[in-house]
Design a binder for this molecule. Sequence first.
Ligand SMILES: *Cc1c(COP(=O)(O)O)cnc(C)c1O
Length: 431
Amino acid sequence: MLYDNLSINDKGHLAIGGIDACDLAAEYGTPLYVLDEDQVRKNCQTYVAAMKKYLPEGSMPLYAGKALCFRGIYPVIDSEGMGADVVSGGEAATALSAGFPASKLFFHGTNKTDDEIANGVRQGIGCFVVDNTNELEVLGREAQAAGVVQKILLRVTVGLDPHTLEAINTGRVDSQFGVPIETGQALAFTRAALSTSGVEVIGFHSHIGSQIFEPDSFCDQVDRLLDFACSVRNELGFVAGTFNLGGGFGVPYVESDPKVDIAANIRAIAEHLEAGCAKADYPLPRILMEPGRSIVANAGVTLYAAGGTKTVEGYRSYVTVDGGMTDNPRYALYKSAYTVLNASRASAPADFLCTIAGRCCESGDRIAEEIRIAEPRRGDIIAVLTTGAYNFAMSSNYNRVLRPALVMVSQGKARLAIRRQTIEDLLALEL
Ligand SMILES: *Cc1c(COP(=O)(O)O)cnc(C)c1O
């Protein structure tokens, strides 16, 4: 199996954290998101332990909630000793309503609204990651009005091109995120921030992309941030004590994807940082990282009921499922590969070549193409692995398909964390 928390039980069914996937589907219905809380905890512990071991004191991982934001995740993240990123008032409210401490929240976004800034400052958000100078002015004004000094990180663009998908590559000089170093604008941005009343600059943030497998890109990023921090020290006399390296470690979706040793990567980044700082005679900054995908992706499995199969003779066979791009738009968006199996016949030979299609009126509504699973009968449970990140978070009501429920499993027990959307929910906003 792709992940250790998955197994095949004596009925020949897929089990997630030891719980029979077909039983979960029978009890909670399909489509169903299943999130293995114990796996989430393990993923958190990997980051927390490695950052504590290899990086300067105060270094900490922040969970990038955009990967999977709902109330039930926040007590888990908090109790594992992590902070969290939010990118909207909605994400902030979700975390806060679940009791997550405001002081451990970092507020991101290219265009935070005036209301989001004002509310965030008043709620005591620990740090804002400021994207541009326009926002700096509003933040300074709101902090002064609230009588506080708001801690901020400045988001800069390091001008790197990690080899990942265009759509999730954010470090290039012409990106819409942050302010570029290369053009000299990041220095001017820092100068402006340092002279803005109501804010305290604690350091710099940069995020180069997502689904990145090799540490080299992160080491290059550290070099560029350090170079920049040195020129800020020379030009402006300011020494940044915090570098936030963003998120981006990749996870395997299919057997052929590389597996990332996160602890080893953090160690490599730490060694690189230490050498660079020693050479530049720069005090070691504390490091923040913002993993999203690598915290939740492999803890998630989506269960569907198979509608049936359809073979277009001489061409291909389809298996239709009772969800699709509405609960998982990643194939439609990025042609992302997934591992799919027939959870009802998990020990039968996977010899039926097929394309898994959703139920929307779009030929792009597919979950996987030309894969092999045990041939399903109508009602068999089809499992799609590694769906914890950017699935529920990106779900929609396209074609008025209802959003699935989400069940968390831990220590052999399941509990409903998000109930299934109803037709009443769907119509509730319409007057
Ligand atoms: C998307 C994003 C993350 C999380 O990226 P993952 O690839 O899910 O780890 C972290 N920080 C920022 C600023 C992001 O935009």
